[in-house]
Design a binder for this molecule. Sequence first.
Ligand code: GRF
Length: 223
Amino acid sequence: MTTAGAARPRVAVLVSGNGSNLQAIIDRCTGPQGSIELAAVISDRPEVFALERARQAGVAGVTVDYRATGDREAFARSLAAELDRLRPDFVVLAGFMRILPATLVDRYRGRMLNVHPSLLPKYPGLDTYRRVLAAGDPWHGATVHFVTADLDAGPAIVQYRLRVRPGDTAQSLRERVQAGEHQIYPQAVGWIATGRVTLREHTVFMDGAARAAPVIVDEPSPD
Ligand code: GRF
């Protein structure tokens, strides 16, 4: 619960595209009853719809243009400078498509989250929907995890899990997984904002207890 006037953690959300996860976080984590102050939305590309969502929510939108900065190192330096200026308590990657250097990730250890469309550690990387279908997996889903220097391998906080149905396509899986992301990501952001979830060494703690596995949220059954 947030009381009026109480300091709320400042969050920067990094985006690259549509921003539907950003929207879910705006809707559920900001405003008078929300747990965070959304300090800024940072995009690696101009003219993405996520920046329009930020504008509509009255949140500062910043572009650190990947193409204009020249190369990966220069981009990372520009992004780090922007974060230094904003001084967020937490950094939330929401459909952000750049791999960040370890130096930057380490500075936000325990304070940087990502959402990935698979049940990690299965299927890190891209194109998870097609890969799950090709493998004939019975389950798919999404994971919110702390970001570490290992790509898509940081300690997991919460997973949304769904059964792959006969007739599922990459598109139908994407829609169901994203609906789940919009549920678990704001939930996880609220948990870290209120201190319910923390990272100590490589272990996620929730309400003071070490977790051996992420919280699992199952997709409701269709009937
Ligand atoms: C999400 O599905 C997320 O899992 C992946 O990129 C997608 C971004 O979607 N990392 P959006 O920009 O939040 O709509």
